[in-house]
Design a protein around this ligand. Sequence first.
Ligand code: ZN
Ligand code: ZN
Length: 142
Amino acid sequence: MKTCWLCGRNGAADPLDKHHIFGGPNRKLSDRFGLTVYLCHHDCHIFGEDAVHRNAETAQRLHEYGQRKAMEEQGWTVDQFRMVFGKNYLDEEDTSSVTASPCHLPLEGKARAAEGVGPYKGKAKGTGRVSSFRVLDMAVPF
Ligand SMILES: [Zn+2]
Ligand SMILES: [Zn+2]
């Protein structure tokens, strides 16, 4: 059954609208990757205090939700998401967990990562999968 992404109601009192998580030029991409949600037309979509089209905080929460959903379903990294949608909506703390690093990189490490040299080169892409394959390989001889 369809329910409102924001409040969970079923649309009986306030009919549900389909909302594209990433609008404007990304509206078609939202369609293509299934990044749409249902929202109560009046309270949660257009007019309410917390409505997505009125409340920047709600919009940001929905963008974060949409990015995580896309990355999970498409197997994308933050960089790959950014390449498709043109923007990263997750804050730095969220994105650092994607690189499977428990702590923040030191400043010089960040600079080096940005230049694509040094020990952090290439770490941002597919780290999780590569390491899980490695675990499997190591397990074989035993
Ligand atoms: Zn909308
Ligand atoms: Zn609602």
